[in-house]
Design a protein around this ligand. Sequence first.
Ligand code: ZN
Length: 114
Amino acid sequence: MEKEKGKIPMSSIIESESPRGLRSVLLNRRLLACRSCGWVHYAMTTEEKATSDRFLGRYQLTAQERFLYESAFRQCLRCETPADGFRMAEEADIAQAAGHLVTPVLVEAMIGTQ
Ligand SMILES: [Zn+2]
């Protein structure tokens, strides 16, 4: 595994893929909070990931950029804690999340359900 870190502007991708707005996107979503900083993410479906991949396909990504893009779905956007350790988001987390864009994360089905 490479240790290089970098930022892909995820928010621009999500906003353009979600014209109906954040609220409708978040309905019936599994919301997960980062254990370290409390940043709220929503569990992305594999279908959405595929859509995002197609969107990104318009760009000529290098192997390194591709790696960073994939990693971004598996860690906290803010502090880079691995998404595997996320907990289920609680009311307080979600209330705080209203002030920031909730970001997608791709995790195994059981993450955040215990
Ligand atoms: Zn975090």
